[in-house]
Design a protein around this ligand. Structure first.
Ligand code: 2AL
Length: 261
């Protein structure tokens, strides 16, 4: 099974970090293909960064061999529903996957994320995924995304302290890591906190394996149907649905991956 893990930001070191988290949990038959967006922001820390990252995600989905499943490796899940529209292969976002995984092992969780401004983005996601009954609080650390990449950074200690507060003050029973750049912190934090710590990259890869293994494909009835053909103009002319070359994918819609070999 081929799972394409797309980093919507343009920092390839972060893609490598995510790749390690993905490969650590992937089943022996899963091949993880890493892709770093070639256009957009070095880190995604706001609505603007997020909106503009979607084109890079679509580009990576159009590149190379079609995958059995796609994972969008940024905690805002940028472009998740748009990505689901253009393929019948399952597409998973790390925020949704992490929150759903948390509900299997705890009745409540807190999300510990990066900058204060990204807290609001996570709060939107909590509501859109219907997680209000489970998410006690979203906590920002004010650690910038790229700070997570620096070996001399105090980020680990700051994140650990925020997680400790989540357990004591929010009475949360699990921690959801609110950034793909935190995917190497799971063991470090879990060992010190004594509660489940969920990295969305690992969760999304495992859920992708499960969904593909069940022979499920994205529904093409309703809002996730292929985009309607129509002209696109200007800089986005190449993104007109008719230019997306979805035909190979389209003929497999609704059929299990196993039937395609
Ligand atoms: C993220 C993430 O996961 N990658 C990125 O560039 N920004 N999310 C976040 N909350 O900071």
């Amino acid at each position: 099974m081929l799972i394409k893990l797309i980093n919507p930001n343009t920092t390839s070191a972060m893609t490598e970090l995510m790749g390690e988290a993905a490969c650590a949990v992937a089943a022996p038959g899963s091949e993880i293909v890493l892709a770093t967006s070639r256009s957009g922001a070095a880190s995604i820390e706001g609505h603007y960064d997020e909106a503009l990252s979607v084109v890079g995600v679509i580009d990576e989905m159009r590149q190379g061999k079609p995958a059995d499943a796609y994972v969008i490796g940024c905690f805002g899940d940028p472009g998740l529903l748009a990505a689901r529209e253009i393929t019948a292969a399952p597409v998973l976002g790390i925020a949704e996957a992490a929150m759903r995984a948390a509900t299997f092992v705890a009745t409540s969780f807190s999300i510990v994320t990066t900058l204060e401004r990204t807290r609001i983005i996570s709060e939107h996601l909590v509501r859109s995924y219907g997680m209000q009954n489970h998410c006690r609080r979203v906590r920002a650390t004010d650690v910038p995304v790229l700070e997570l990449e620096r070996s001399d950074s105090k980020a680990r200690a700051i994140i650990l302290a925020e997680c400790e507060k989540a357990i004591v003050e929010d009475h949360s029973e699990a921690i959801v890591l609110g950034c793909a750049g935190m995917s190497n912190l799971t063991t470090f934090l879990q060992d010190r906190l004594g509660v489940p710590v969920i990295d969305g990259v690992a969760a999304a890869v495992k859920f992708a394996e499960a969904v593909v293994g069940m022979g499920l494909r994205t529904s093409k009835v309703g809002d996730l149907a292929y985009p309607l053909p129509k002209p696109y103009v200007g800089k986005l002319a190449d993104y007109a649905p008719s230019a997306l070359k979805l035909s190979d994918d389209r003929q497999f819609a609704g059929r299990p991956a196993a039937d395609r070999r």
